[in-house]
Ligand binder design. Sequence first.
Ligand code: TXA
Ligand code: MG
Length: 314
Amino acid sequence: MSVHAANAETISAAAQILRGGGLVAFPTETVYGLGGDATNGKAVAAIFAAKGRPTFNPLIVHVADVAWMSDLAVTDTRFENLAAAFWPGPLTLVLPRSAACKASELVSAGLASIAVRMPDHPVAQKLLRATDRPLAAPSANPSGRVSPTRAAHVAEGLGDKVNMIIDGGACRVGLESTVVDLTTARATLLRPGVITAEEIEAVIGTVGTGADDPSAPKSPGQLASHYAPSVPVRLEAQAAQPGEALLGFGMSMGATLNLSAKGDLLEAAANLFAMLRELDNAARFKAIAVAPIPHAGIGLAINDRLQRAAAAKG
Ligand code: TXA
Ligand code: MG
């Protein structure tokens, strides 16, 4: 494994690796992805193996252009309107696989649907175009661990399991994309993100959460304990107890680190995973106490990730 700064040469080398069935970790605006050619079943299998990811949990396929959709999925007006409004950007849409879908069945984990997004990061876009294939790319962390928002995080977790890591700096958004299922008459929010349910509803009308509809499809990856540091996480903390680190938000007195001293939710989202990693140090702290984050707007996505981080040690 080697970490390479993103430039024309390294992107072209990475594209060669991907076209040959190898794995490349690359930056997106959300988190780093562990990429492989989505049309190559062996490459997709290698992604599952590298992450230790259960094969019932499907992967997101990344595209550089809406024109690539015709080789993957059946689209509708809701898709067109959402793509026009939010692509490229941190929104993943789940659609029926098309009869001529070129993506390996394994990316869908046996489901009749496929999740697709167009990343808004210049390196991801250049890499997709240079490879000229849709790329399957889950977050580039070992399954069950915190998603990487820096190239160094990828090297730590998966360094010996990828052919190349492209360093594009810190991820701007810092939380994984919003996932919306469009395979049913009523769209369903499968994973909250910085594009909120309200913003999506403004484009396509009511979006269910799945919680209110037992027959609604679930995101197989939304296991309770997903984004887990190795030390326990305690939420809604007003102060640290002895031995705990305090991850603050807003005017948190005595915070070890602060997600956003000015109380900005976008800034907090961008800092969340890197700060959880920094405080996940059993030699220094016995637990991470996290200050309350508002349960509205982007705060819903931040609290979703925090609840998973806390549930792991339930
Ligand atoms: O921001 C992101 O989405 C990042 C970057 C790299 O693009 N990727 C990412 O991938 O977070 P991953 O594999 O860590 O999360 C994919 C999520 C999982 O919860 C998975 O279950 C869900 O999307 N998913 C994928 N395909 C699906 C499908 N066909 N139906 C329902 N859920 C699906
Ligand atoms: Mg993930």
